[in-house]
Write a protein of this length. Structure first.
Length: 142
């Protein structure tokens, strides 16, 4: 007979997963640092393109891109959850992370560009405007 505690679920979806062992070959495992991440996406996955901001020439700063990782949409959702968990923990210990005004997401144009000048495109732009406003408001919360 199965233990009822082993059947924990949310909306009928099991919430417990089998124990996973993570292995790492230190001879091939890649480690790096990026202070620039560009996102591209398609129907199958999201690509994160990593780079380093180089401002040695103040009149012509560049980002040296060096790697990309593509992840499926289900992993994107999980990554967003875990990133929020870690950010919340960091901010609880160290205070709010400050985002420089120059790094804020840009405002969208009032008139939709041709690619977005359709009902779904305009709806998408409104969703992005709302997300941007919520993001900026979150920066001023205590």
């Amino acid at each position: 007979m199965e233990n009822a505690q082993d059947k924990t679920s949310v909306a009928g979806i099991p919430t417990s997963a089998p124990q996973i062992t993570f292995k790492r070959d230190e001879t091939t495992f890649w480690k790096g640092y990026a202070n620039s991440v560009i996102v591209e996406s398609n129907s199958f996955d999201m690509k994160l393109i990593f780079g380093l901001y180089d401002h040695r020439d103040a009149t012509n700063p560049i980002v040296e891109q060096f790697s990309s990782i593509s992840i499926p949409w289900a992993e994107v959702k999980l990554l967003m959850f875990w990133m929020q968990v870690h950010l919340a923990g960091y901010e609880r210990e160290n205070g709010k992370v400050r985002v420089p005004a120059g790094a804020f997401p840009p405002e969208l144009p009032a008139t939709p560009p041709p690619l977005f000048n359709n009902p779904k495109g305009r709806e998408g732009l409104e969703a992005i405007r709302k997300m941007r406003a919520e993001f900026l408001a979150s920066l001023s919360e205590p």
